[in-house]
Write a protein that binds this ligand. Structure first.
Ligand code: NAD
Length: 463
């Protein structure tokens, strides 16, 4: 672990599985309560110096981006081994991690002058909060980490990062490679099982918790932050709906639709998770997606040519099997896939489900796996109502040969981001947020940066 810029070992460890083999391939440090205190204290001690020099922070983030790129091979390999994604995707993740640092370093914390005359000057400042706890999930661990620590650090805070116990190694390695480009204590990286997340979130020296993960855990974090009125940002689950309009050009869109759902083996919060299709085009759309599902090369992410790895964790593997079995038992048909693949790893065949409606669990719940239910509709109003009739509100998309027509429908989806003719494509510098149970607060862009600050008014009366 990295605490106060130093290498810290633990007495206890826990096993990390390679999802492609199902076997433990490494041991990760299991942070003790005393070591957690040390990490938070190290961040608190580093704060007074770090908070004052914006230029130094910007330079440090740029140096960190360069260091991440230099370490790309090591980071990407660990990521594939612990998370399962194909090595090329892991390399892409490392690149996006570095880009996130660079994009954040290009932002400025604004200083707004409301009044400045002979009598008085009134300014609005945005000041750092202190120690930020960053708690991340296992799907894109490095990007998740960077989305949190880069804006937190640029705003002048210091950070304790705790990755998921399923994928701790790449984040721990990140802490190591950044040790000599960030001052000691500015970014601490610890690992442990789920209770460590709760202990970190509740720690008395933590002023803000930035959390990405499940809705259930997000609610725990919100409840545990309340007694101390800690600031929180929650990025939680989604059940993103896509709506095809009747004029959609399937030849042009089918690949984008498919990968909008199946990127990272479907384990992306902003993946397409249910698709509503006009009844007249239902079979054609199902067939086009099923063709693509059958052609995907699934396998160990370390092997060349593999396009999709296994699911990342055993609980997630079990959940996907359970949701698909439930749908098939209820009368749905697997137009492609529908079953686990042979072998010891957590491999599931890319699956297109047809002949099902809302009310089936795989439609109503977040599957977070390589499964897309395709649901027919008769009228666009009905499709919009069904897309909106959930507790989730992360993203949505509408697909049509007429982008403006689609945009009018997309604007009515109750979610943080609506796309037209694409899905799950965050743009650099653009903020995103989840409506309803999909989150609280904003990440990315200027709004995301400001979420790591407290607003302060400086009011000077002259003479
Ligand atoms: P999870 O909620 O189980 O765990 C997330 C993190 O929280 C882990 O680091 C875990 O150790 C920690 N944790 C567990 N219990 C805790 C507690 N009581 N207090 C504090 N921390 C605790 O989620 P997961 O299974 O790792 O991730 C999958 C979920 O994340 C999916 O629902 C997915 O939609 C969501 N997700 C959301 C986004 C987004 O930006 N909205 C992005 C990626 C994933």
């Amino acid at each position: 672990m990295t605490v106060g810029g130093k290498d810290v070992h633990t007495v206890d460890t826990f096993g990390v599985h390679n999802p492609a083999t199902g076997r433990v391939f490494a041991q990760a440090p299991d942070c003790s309560p005393a070591q957690l205190d040390d990490a938070v204290q190290a961040a608190a001690d580093a704060f007074p110096l770090w908070r004052d020099d914006m230029d130094a922070r910007r330079s440090a983030l740029l140096a960190a981006a360069a260091r991440i790129e230099e370490s790309a091979e090591e980071l990407a390999t660990l990521l594939t081994l612990e998370q399962g994604k194909p090595l090329a995707d892991a390399q892409f993740e490392v690149m996006v991690t570095a880009m996130t640092l660079r994009g954040t370093a290009a932002l400025d914390v604004p200083r707004e002058v409301i009044r400045d005359d002979d009598e008085e000057r009134i300014e609005v400042l945005h000041q750092p909060m202190g120690v930020v706890a960053a708690i991340t999930p296992w799907n894109v661990p490095l990007i998740q980490a960077a989305m949190k620590f880069a804006p937190a650090l640029l705003a002048g805070n210091t950070v304790v990062l705790k990755p998921s116990p399923f994928t701790p190694l790449s984040s721990l390695a990140l802490g190591v490679v950044l040790r000599d480009v960030l001052p000691p204590g500015v970014l601490n990286v610890i690992s442990g099982r789920d209770p460590l997340g709760a202990q970190l979130a509740e720690h008395s020296l933590v002023r803000k918790v930035t959390f990405t993960g499940s809705v259930a855990t997000g609610k725990h974090v919100a409840a545990s932050a309340a007694p101390d009125l800690k600031r929180i940002t929650l990025e939680l689950g989604g059940n993103d709906a896509g709506i095809l309009l009747d004029d959609v050009d399937l030849d042009a869109m089918a690949d984008k639709l498919f990968w909008g759902a199946f990127v990272n083996c479907g384990q992306i919060c902003m993946a397409l998770k249910r698709l509503y299709v006009p009844r007249a085009r239902y079979t054609e759309v199902v067939d086009a997606l099923a063709d693509r599902a059958r052609s995907v090369q699934v396998g160990d992410g370390m092997l060349p040519g593999v396009q999709m790895g296994p699911l990342a964790t055993t609980p997630q593997f079990a959940r996907v099997q359970e949701l698909v079995s439930d749908a098939l038992a209820g009368g749905a048909t697997a137009a492609a896939g529908g079953r686990r693949l042979d072998g010891d790893g957590y491999f599931f065949a890319p699956t297109i489900l047809r002949d099902l409606e809302d009310g089936v669990r795989v439609v109503d719940e977040e599957q977070f796996g390589p499964v897309l239910p395709v649901i027919p509709y008769d009228d666009v109003e009905e499709a919009v109502a069904r897309a909106n009739s959930t507790h989730f509100g992360l993203d949505g998309s509408v697909w049509s040969a007429d982008p403006e027509r689609a945009a009018a429908v997309a604007a009515r989806l109750e979610c943080g981001t609506s796309w037209v003719n694409t899905h799950g494509m965050p743009a650099p510098g653009v903020s995103f947020s989840g409506h309803k149970w999909s989150g609280l607060g904003v990440a990315g862009g200027l709004a995301g940066l400001l979420s790591y600050t407290e607003t302060k008014v400086l009011h000077i009366v002259r003479g």
